[in-house]
Design a protein around this ligand. Sequence first.
Ligand code: 1QQ
Length: 372
Amino acid sequence: MLRRSFAVLGAALALGAGPALAQGTVPVGAIEILSGPSAAYGIAIRSGLELALDEINVKGVLGGSKIVLTVEDSAANKDQAINAARKLIGRDKVIAIIGPTISNEMFALGPVVNERKIPIVGTSTTAVGITDIGPYVFRTSLPEADVIPVTLKHAKSHGVKSIALLYANDDAFSKSGFDVMKAAAEAAGLTIVATESFSQKDTDFSAQLTKIKALKPDAVGISALLEPTSGVLLQARQLGFGKETLFIGGNGSNSPKLGEIAGAAAEGLIVGSPWFIGKPDAVNQKFVADFRGKFSKDPDQFAAQAYDTMKIVAAAIDRAGAADPVKVRDALTQTKFSGVMGPFAFTPGRDPASAEGVVVLMMQGGKFSIAP
Ligand code: 1QQ
């Protein structure tokens, strides 16, 4: 299991066996997918957190204390995620947890952390019902319910009248995203010609795709994480799906890794996102430049959401006036922030308050850019 601490001061102490709550440090934890097929998400998130932390720890919080961030790998495994939380809370005495990466983990982990009265802030969890887990559960990521309708409206305005839906039936995000896609397709007046599902670990989607191809839908909506989505796209091209079919993804598709794995098969796929790399405002352009400087690669949506979230948590710690989880939770509810994602506040239900600024992106030349 990976474990890394980031801070100029305090790192040695946090790594040692002694009490983690050293004077002058504020322990914060993160639980992310750093290994396995979905690691691209968690690694992007960790990078965004690290970049923000560099900036935050110049001044520190609470009058000069450094935030010590300990990032644990969940490997997308619910039990590993719960163990990570127990370690962060018991060993490191964290006062807030960022993550976990996927909704499937949050539904298992959220209740455990909520019960311990430690605020937990998802930066990428988009399923319906995440914040209903309890009063300590927040998310900064726009739920699929806010994003998918925008994507489907775009598809409709580009001539899509019929759609087939395909989703992973054993992942909470993928199932929820499918429910949202179905409802949004109906609301947009699209004809749903087929609904097909598969298991996350499947590598053969030919039965579902052959069935769909015979029905000749204008679009295929895929609700799944990175690896199965890539597999579906690669196999669809092999089966002869061409440019006449618009492939539509959900938040699982929102990683440049899709272009790396699926290559030309991902070309033309569209996906909605609250962020894109070309967002022209100065805050975002500085973020992109700093990220490239530190990591020698482009940030993605997941890194951007994590970058803002680290700052939102740091600001809440300052407003709380103490390294106290209950006070930090209360301070989080009062968040007023402006970052790379734009202006940000929480609803009374601890979801992002504004769904403005959703853009529809298209994979073009192996990268996402604004869809024509
Ligand atoms: C969720 C998601 C994933 C695509 C995040 C990586 O949106 O699990 O809710």
